[in-house]
Design a protein around this ligand. Structure first.
Ligand SMILES: C[S@@+](CC[C@H](N)C(=O)[O-])C[C@H]1O[C@@H](n2cnc3c(N)ncnc32)[C@H](O)[C@@H]1O
Length: 280
């Protein structure tokens, strides 16, 4: 996927591991077959230290200005919670705009980079899994950007992520997801890979397990006279499946657009920004 590529998630070949669940409010209830640990791959220190430099385009004013305007309007006078806040690419400037922001983040390394930009009182972050971690208080907006719902590798966990978003919202509050449309139209019969970036600095392509709905992003990034290789796994989902997850969580689809400027979502859209609302 080009531009909004799932593939910018670099994990240095990290293997799935148990994320620490941290509940600082009340303990959430899990279905009986709930996995005891998250399936998400853990983002390493090396990945965290490179993230901001490698995400220059995604951190540019051209991307952030409409993103922040969209999110700030939905937050209104309330508080916003970012799932998988990372290094604060969006959370930090949203806080600077005057929106009180809190975050949940699995990787202490990503959170440590954020902490170099803003202190805990100004932007609190709880280390934990976005599908299960509960932070105190009520929010008008929960948001999850840059394809990150796909880092949860099972349908159960993605459903639980929606339920966790709903749990944090007050009546009328919104859950926003930014996600690429699975690029399966670009996978002709007989082919195994879809390239999403072929540039001087970086070669990226996705391979697919169409039965398990798992996509692997492969990256070759030029570093001097050699290429660094990174792979990351993602569970892709169509917008309709997300709508069903939202309904399971008690949320209603309010709006789906193709970009942060509000372009209509069509069958040719490569990504969507979806807004679900908690009924009043
Ligand atoms: C593509 S980055 C996005 C970071 C930030 N939201 C942004 O837009 O720049 C994905 C982030 O998701 C985090 N992550 C992955 N799985 C997670 C989980 N289950 N719970 C919380 N964070 C998770 C990673 O550690 C990483 O910081």
């Amino acid at each position: 996927m080009r531009g909004n590529c799932v593939g910018r998630r670099l994990v240095d070949g990290a293997t799935p591991r148990g994320g620490e669940r941290k509940c600082v409010d009340s303990a959430p209830r899990y279905p009986a077959k709930w996995p005891p640990v998250t399936s998400s791959e853990l983002w390493t220190r090396a990945t965290a230290d490179r993230y901001d430099a490698e995400e220059k385009e995604m951190s540019s004013a051209a991307v952030l200005t409409p993103t922040l305007a969209f999110l700030a309007e939905l937050a209104g006078k309330g508080r916003a919670l970012e799932f998988a806040i990372g290094t604060g690419r969006v959370g930090v400037p949203l806080r600077e705009r005057g929106v009180p922001v809190a975050g949940i983040e699995l990787s202490e390394h990503m959170s440590a980079v954020l902490r170099r930009k803003v202190d805990e009182d100004t932007l609190p972050v709880v280390i934990g899994d976005m599908a299960t971690t509960v932070v105190p208080g009520e929010f008008t907006l929960v948001y999850l950007l840059y394809n990150t719902i796909t880092n949860l590798l099972t349908q159960d966990e993605q459903v639980e992520c929606f339920r966790n978003a709903a749990r944090h919202l007050g009546p009328g509050g919104r859950f926003v997801i930014e996600l690429g449309v699975p690029p399966l139209r670009f996978l002709p019969p007989g082919q195994v890979a879809v390239p999403f970036d072929v540039s001087d600095q970086h070669l990226g392509f996705d391979t697919f397990d169409l039965v398990e709905q798992i996509l692997v992003s492969h990256h070759f990034t030029r570093e001097g006279d050699h290429y660094r290789r990174d792979d990351s796994r993602h569970r892709y989902a169509w917008p309709a499946e997300l709508d069903l997850m939202a309904r399971i969580a008690g949320l209603e689809l309010e709006r789906r657009v193709a970009d942060w400027d509000g372009a209509p979502f069509t069958q040719d859209s490569v990504k969507h920004i979806s807004v679900w609302r908690k009924p009043t």
